[in-house]
Design a protein around this ligand. Sequence first.
Ligand SMILES: [Cu+2]
Length: 138
Amino acid sequence: MHRRVFLAAVGGGIGAGLAGCTAIADRTEGHDVGMSAHAFLPDSHTIEAGETVVWENTGSRAHTITAYDGGQPEGADYFATGGFESEAEATEAWHADRAGSIYTGDRFEHTFEVPGTHQYYCIPHERGGMVGRIVVEE
Ligand SMILES: [Cu+2]
């Protein structure tokens, strides 16, 4: 029964590595930002306001996508894997039990409504330079 519901929900998804993320089942063209061992690929990605960015962990290590509290335009929604509502909440949860980690093939998406530069990082690999930004144009 449960399986049947799941299959119905992803019916149009044509097996594009969508495990655990049925919300983007209709998106078949792939991700916008991938990940290597310690980098977002690309580290800067430009979209227009109202567009959705899809990240996919295309590397072999676990990563996070964690917005910098102070690195968002005024009025922008906070975003982070794990659904946390602030950078402090995200980092505390990650240090406690690695909450917010995404693994190989996992995806995360966020819709950006506010123009400006949105800066984010990967908690375990920030020191190695794993930082990125989404530039949202009007
Ligand atoms: Cu990482």
